[in-house]
Design a protein. Structure first.
Length: 133
């Protein structure tokens, strides 16, 4: 179990950051946290939760995949934009560095979102790096 922060890059956002917490018991894991993504004219903020599966658990180095849900909203200067909820899938590798710090690299895809203004079918793709604290 560990808390982490991560930075990511992808499409349609160029930069994102998250703070989260991960738990693992054998093959199964769970994570939750908050994130923020500055976009060109607006900022997106969200909470997330994901169920993780580790095919070959090994705390020193292990692969995982997961499925999750993200909910948030878009903020503009002096104005709150619309809210959304979005499913997603991820694959990644988690490992222990030589300084006893847990790290991970992760690739995530979201097919679209259900928003307060209707469905959006624009996928998002993110590659992230995470570090425990």
């Amino acid at each position: 179990n560990y808390s982490y922060w991560s930075i990511g890059a992808g499409f349609p956002s160029f930069f994102s950051t998250k703070i989260g917490y991960r738990e693992q018991k054998g093959h199964k894991g769970f994570e939750y946290g908050v994130g923020i993504t500055p976009l060109i004219y607006i900022t997106e903020g969200h909470v997330f939760a994901s169920r993780l599966f580790y095919p070959k658990p090994n705390l020193e180095s292990q692969n995982y995949w997961g499925i999750g849900l993200r909910a948030g909203g878009f903020l503009q200067v002096r104005k709150v934009g619309f809210g959304y909820i979005a499913p997603g899938v991820m694959i990644g590798k988690e490992y222990l560095s030589n300084r006893s710090t847990r790290k991970f690299v992760q690739f995530a895809v979201t097919p679209g979102a259900l928003t307060t203004e209707g469905p959006i079918y624009i996928p998002s793709v993110t590659f992230a790096w995470g570090y425990s604290f």
